[in-house]
Design a protein around this ligand. Structure first.
Ligand SMILES: Cc1cc2nc3c(=O)[nH]c(=O)nc-3n(C[C@H](O)[C@H](O)[C@H](O)COP(=O)(O)OP(=O)(O)OC[C@H]3O[C@@H](n4cnc5c(N)ncnc54)[C@H](O)[C@@H]3O)c2cc1C
Length: 370
């Protein structure tokens, strides 16, 4: 490409690739920097709960997977060890699905293909100078550190262990979550309406994560069956066990400029939240939707690196992200209280909430963006 780039995106995760497609659609000249190749990595075992806004955005760039790889969720069941329980039903909330569980490697592959065939996007091995650099390198972003941006990190003291299991009984499009002491176990349905596979996310102490990693397949599945109250019958391991230390984090500054030009952060490079609320990527996609909107709506005489345009993006997204992070932190705190009256209070609160239909509907709409 002979002309200089308008935007150089560093990081080819779901957030970076989606942004590249959104900006290419606006006829901007975009470069997408891929990481240095590493020895063949295992496919990601995770599946993401994505909300309506993320679905609409990915559909708009023609990368929303089909209904086998993006399973619509009809019901959500949350149970606490203390006896509290709450359920949400798509039908009673007047919606087709509460959320969609998206197979991560399928989504990544669709985005990779779309980016490869978009002539406005240049795939790069190293960063190049551009009017605007957008950093989408994930939580351990090297560029964020190079640019001297403070990243305030608060570890949760938990690791998320993720894998996939085949279940004896069909999942029936029900997402299930169990809270027990400080642990959270989630079963996210995969393979469409008649699927028998679930993606597992088990948030446990680092010591427990080590024990579960070292356990044989049979021991691991036994522990999982017990923790899931045998709700889907016997379980068979179908993927590797991958692990992530959990943290809440936020960059102090999301936009700025330096010798390389103007810059902005998006996705996990800007913020990390607990996966218990399933919102990290939803937030990252909301970032790039907002950034693309601000760039598209800018006055014709402003460049894509205009500080006023970038500040508008930063203000809008910091507010959205803070609300979500506070909600997630409060939930995490509430479910980790195991002493005194807290377990009974929690049980009482969850059971009352389950009966209070208007309040429950409001909560579901806030949490699931429906
Ligand atoms: C166990 C678990 C479950 C989760 N479940 C959900 C969920 O249900 N719903 C949800 O919304 N979110 C969920 N999340 C959060 C979600 O994983 C992240 O928010 C999302 O992956 C962030 O995407 P990203 O593109 O910003 O960063 P990443 O996915 O980290 O991608 C960054 C990309 O940049 C590349 N890169 C890094 N450094 C460089 C460099 N120097 N140069 C070039 N490229 C570089 C990397 O190779 C990678 O491809 C979960 C997270 C975990 C840990």
């Amino acid at each position: 490409m002979a002309l200089p780039l308008d935007v150089c995106i560093r990081g080819d995760g779901i957030v970076g690739r989606t942004l590249a497609l959104l900006l290419a659609r606006e006829r901007l000249r975009v470069g997408l920097v891929m990481p240095e190749p590493t020895p063949a990595a295992q496919p990601d075992v995770r599946a993401y709960a994505l909300n309506q806004a993320s679905k609409d955005l990915l559909t708009s760039v023609r990368c929303w997977p089909d209904s086998v790889s993006a399973t619509p969720i009809l019901r959500m069941e949350v149970a606490d060890q203390a006896g509290g329980a709450i359920q949400f039903d798509a039908t009673s909330l007047g919606t087709d699905a509460l959320t969609w569980i998206v197979d991560v490697p399928v989504l990544q592959a669709q985005l990779a293909d779309a980016v490869r065939f978009q002539p406005q996007i240049e795939l790069l091995n190293a960063p190049v100078k551009a009017t605007l650099t957008v950093v989408c390198e994930g939580r351990a972003s090297r560029t964020r550190a190079e640019f001297g941006v403070d990243f305030e990190v608060a570890p949760y003291g938990q690791h998320a262990l993720a894998t996939r299991v085949h279940c004896e009984k069909p999942h029936a499009q029900v997402a299930r979550q169990w809270f027990s002491k400080v642990e959270v176990l989630a079963f996210l349905p995969l393979d469409g309406a008649s699927g028998h596979t679930v993606a597992v996310v088990w948030s446990v102490s680092p010591e427990q994560a080590k024990t579960l990693q070292a356990a044989s397949e049979a021991e691991f599945c036994d522990a999982l069956q017990t923790a899931s109250h045998h709700s889907l019958g016997s379980l068979t391991l179908m993927g590797e066990r991958a692990e992530w230390p959990l943290q809440s984090a936020q960059a102090r500054q999301w936009t700025g400029s330096n010798d390389s030009g103007a810059w902005a952060l998006a996705g996990d490079a800007a913020h990390n939240v607990h996966p218990l609320a399933g919102q990290g990527l939803n937030l990252g996609l909301a970032d790039v939707a907002e950034l693309a909107d601000q760039l598209q709506q800018r006055d014709y005489w402003r460049s894509v690196g205009d500080p006023q345009v970038l500040r508008r993006y930063e203000r809008a997204r910091k507010a959205g992200m803070l609300a979500m992070a506070r909600g997630g932190d409060s939930l995490h705190w509430l479910f980790s209280q195991q002493t005194g009256m807290w377990p009974q209070l929690r049980r009482w609160g969850m059971n009352r909430m389950n009966e209070a239909t208007p309040l429950k509907r409001w909560l579901a709409r806030q949490a699931m963006d429906i």
